[in-house]
Design a protein around this ligand. Structure first.
Ligand SMILES: [Zn+2]
Length: 70
């Protein structure tokens, strides 16, 4: 078995910032408040991904922002 595919989700960055992205494990809306680590490009580019810890089920996963939304 490989890595759990649910641990990497792709999302529109603006949707994430407005809590429109849901935890792939339990469906709870997640957003910036639940980021444990941002994955940064060279400043001033915005982050390309963020590690999120779900507030409901405590699962960790990475949200990768679609390039067009960054
Ligand atoms: Zn969850």
């Amino acid at each position: 078995m490989g890595v759990d595919q649910r641990r990497r989700v792709e999302a529109d960055r603006h949707a994430f910032l407005s809590y429109a992205v849901r935890c792939p494990f339990c469906g709870t809306p997640v957003g910036p408040r639940f980021v444990t680590r941002e994955h940064l490009d060279v400043p001033p580019d915005p982050p390309y991904a963020a590690t999120v810890r779900c507030p409901a089920c405590a699962e960790m996963f990475e949200v990768h922002f679609t390039p067009a939304s960054r």
